[in-house]
Design a protein around this ligand. Structure first.
Ligand code: IFM
Length: 477
């Protein structure tokens, strides 16, 4: 079978036209603090749940940790120079909560804030728009010890942290994202336990999801109070969910997984309510007693932008007795109340994560958010792929990753033509980094990182992306 993400084979005529994006389209790349910074115990930083988790034997492949990662903390200047060389218009990074507020409560750590102040200043000096994410999964460990996201108080702590960062950086950062992928924090962190803090309890996962969104709403209000001109949003990871057949049981399986993967977040955040069918599905897990009057109004505090992370599609079917358990984020414990749903593999090309390559799913996802939920400007805040790379003569010719980006940018353009107010696209990731439970064994970067020498090599995809940015679009092939 041919790869739908690949350009046509050599010798095959490619009549795909050049595509131009709207003027001002924000071209960027993204990273996250724990995945690249290293310097885990420097400058007053204290452990997050990911430090604890990665240092727990058996949790991360090969026992990898983020202690050193890409050493970005010490190489920030040359990393920003590399971003400038690639012509990035924007860089999406996350702030490490335990670096700027060790322990998650109390005063700011001036040294920690200073690192981000220098980063932002360096970006601005190179004409790169800083895009700041407040929470990309590194909860300070003491807050987990006090109950973590299943505990309501964590939401209030998050809003305090948001104020502290806004006071320090609000004068120079325009774009703010509160949470990155709350589904992962809630359902991988507290449901399957595949991610930090590694707990596995369906009711806790649902409570965590609610308190993450409550923390988001409170943080939006805190950011607006501190910086009325900030452009504030949230980033959700969304999937089209397709039934494996038209059989009613498969269609119902798709409804249930769509509820947990997508509508659990989109509905409270953008409509101020939980979907009734999702609440009914979850009745055997929780009575939603953790939802208090006023929470949903806080959660749906109006936003300026919505961030969408897109990687793949879920195809699901009704349960089959004795079916093989699914790995990782398809593990039954990720899907409280729908553990019996079966994820179906279609046999289409996959990335090194075993995620199916499905560029049309990006069009579907963006159109759905726009047509069913909001007129707000949308940004693809992450999109990318892991493939096994080889360094040959100091070069990395990552044709598969390049083809993935090409196909998804064509999809993004199609969404714009269909009326979606898509204003920007961030490749995941700027550089290879710590891929959570997979450690350094999966490479998502446009820039190759040698973890022994810390040498960076822009891959073919990075050079190609630089050209896309320069042209504000895709050339004819
Ligand atoms: O590396 C992650 C990132 O931290 C969040 N979104 C998905 C990426 C690939 O798994």
């Amino acid at each position: 079978m041919s790869n739908p993400a690949s350009p046509p084979a050599v010798g095959v005529v490619d009549d795909r036209p050049p595509l131009t994006f709207p003027p001002g389209f924000l071209w960027g790349a993204a990273t996250a603090a724990y995945q690249i910074e290293g310097a885990a115990a420097e400058g007053g930083r204290t452990p997050s749940i990911w430090d604890t988790f990665s240092h727990t034997p058996g949790r991360v492949v090969e026992g990898h940790t983020g202690d050193v990662a890409c050493d970005h903390y010490h190489r920030m200047g040359s990393d920003v120079a590399l971003m400038a060389e690639l012509g990035l218009k924007s860089y999406r990074f996350s702030v490490s909560w335990p670096r700027v507020q060790p322990g998650g409560t109390g005063p700011a750590n001036a040294g920690g804030l200073d690192f981000y102040r220098r980063l932002v200043d360096e970006l601005l000096a190179h004409g790169i728009e800083p895009w700041l994410t407040l929470y990309h999964w590194d909860l300070p460990q003491p807050l987990e010890d006090a109950g973590g996201w299943p505990a309501r108080d964590t939401a209030a702590r998050f809003a305090d942290y948001a104020t502290l960062v806004a006071d320090a950086l609000g004068d120079r950062v325009r774009y703010w994202t509160t949470l990155n992928e709350p589904w992962c924090s809630a359902f991988l962190g507290y449901g399957s336990g595949a991610h930090a803090p590694g707990r596995s309890d369906g009711a806790d996962a649902v409570r965590a999801g609610h308190h993450l969104m409550l923390g988001h709403g409170l943080a939006v209000q805190a950011l607006r109070a501190a910086r009325p001109t900030a452009e504030v949003g949230v980033t959700v990871n969304l999937y089209p969910v397709t039934p494996a057949s038209v059989a009613p049981a498969d269609v119902d399986a798709a409804r249930r997984i769509d509820g947990l993967a997508n509508r659990f977040f989109l509905d409270p955040l953008l409509r101020g309510s939980y979907p009734a069918d999702l609440m009914a599905d979850l009745a055997k897990v929780t009575d939603f007693g953790h939802v208090r009057d006023g929470d949903l109004a806080t959660i749906s505090t109006p936003l300026d932008v919505v961030g969408v992370n897109y990687y793949s599609r879920h195809v699901v079917a009704a349960p089959v007795p004795g079916a093989e358990p699914e790995p990782y984020w398809r593990a039954p414990s990720c899907w409280p109340g729908s553990e019996d749903v079966r994820f179906v593999t279609r046999g289409v090309p996959v990335t090194d994560m075993n995620w199916e390559i499905d560029a049309p799913g990006l069009v579907e996802t963006l159109r759905r958010v726009h047509e069913e939920y909001t007129d707000l400007p949308l940004y693809v805040t992450e999109n990318g792929s892991a493939f096994v790379d080889e360094v040959v003569d100091g070069q990395v010719d990552d044709v598969d990753r390049l083809a993935y980006f090409d196909a998804h940018l064509r999809a993004a353009h199609e969404a714009i033509e269909a009326g979606v107010p898509l204003r920007g696209y961030f490749a995941w990731s700027l550089m290879d980094n710590f891929e959570w439970a997979w450690g350094y064994t999966k490479r998502f970067g446009m820039v190759h990182v040698d973890y022994d020498s810390q040498v960076r090599i822009p891959k073919s995809s990075a050079r190609w992306y630089a050209e896309v940015i320069r042209r504000n679009g895709l050339a004819a092939q």
